[in-house]
Design a protein around this ligand. Sequence first.
Ligand SMILES: [Fe+2]
Length: 451
Amino acid sequence: MYKPWTREITVDGKQEMEEEYFAAHASERTIREWSTLLTRSIGAISKKTSRMGITCKNNNTVNESQPEPLENRMVMGIDPEKVISYLRQKPHTATELADVLDRGPQTVMEIVAQMQKLGYCVVAKQQRIMTSPPGPIQQAPIVTLQDQPYDEIAFLLISDLHYSNQHAQVTAVHRIVDLAIKEYGINFAFIAGDICDGINMYKGQANEQYAIGADAQVWAAINHLPNRPGFRYFLLGGNHDGSFYKAAGLDICRLVGAARHDVDYLGAFAVDVPITEALSIRLWHPSGGCPYALSYRGQKAVASMGAQELIELMASTDRWYDQLDALGESLERGDVVSSFKETVGRSMSRRILGIGHLHVMTHFATGGIHVFQAGCFEGQTSYLKQKQLTPEIGGWIIRVQFTRSGQIKRLMAEWIPFEERFDDHRAYPLPPMPGEANALEPIFSYEGEAG
Ligand SMILES: [Fe+2]
């Protein structure tokens, strides 16, 4: 139901014009407090501040133990977050869940199917319903990216687009994709995680977002990621994307992949993608603790890895999310490297490692393995400013020439940097979300008398 901002509201017993009052007092309350006072959604308040060019009080009181709730999504009258929290305690049979939810077992199975469609990580396996790690529902079978016997391949490696954060560098992503296509004839990109900005990642994060909540962030990503004929993206989920999984069992990358035919969602945190039969790239989004504070430490850790360690890291056969079961679904895992090293088995085909998360770039090769830190497409957030860290905005064009057996003969890498553009997202206004067209601000409002 559309509520005009020309309403009269009552604040502290006084009648006020809503829009004027909001404009004059915006900085006195947080977005959440305004949402309660004006009985409008957080998204509506956030959009209004962005249209009026004003800011609300910084939400420094966000309590990490009380995460922001996701928007209300009801499935057949049941709150899916309630289902997820039951299933996180332990797997349930349909009958057990039916008792808890006060529905029939048949309805419970329909709820599970609907939740899957909405992006929730829940599965029915061996008569039990349980949560599942983030990742695509059906893994797209990629044989190799090189389906023709070429002797050279080129691709784009980008990461950490953080769509929905006001520091997202939307123009730069458009430019690098266009440059890759026009100047290098490239037709695919790897995204090494954090396509969206997520939720509850640091204090005051929502105040830096132009899209708040899972649905709005998916909408931002599918509208802001450049769509070019014949160009494909291979998407890895990162820890910011995973914040919705952590909060509510929701995998937003599934939703991005489902909405964009040119996006193949491969999985979360680490995946291997075969380029030729003898060569594959591992995409890796390290996680653990506070993502930004670890940036430079993470960079140093990777740079100081010995060749043998790196070979072992690349040789591990586990999928990262196989390990989530053992972690009790906690995505906060510090020592990713050692967890990989614990695993056995090796495949010498993994010769390129594309790392997201660190927001800084570097390329080095050791032990025959090329390591790329992918940089990012997010400017300096308040968090980085506080820590005096400067992100490196840009991406890698990588060209590989192969030997006849498909191994690397030559590898040429070009870093394409971009200057940060302030408030760049404003140049790309989002269309109204489906079902929200009536929430548009009227251009004219009729104030005279009828007739
Ligand atoms: Fe990131």
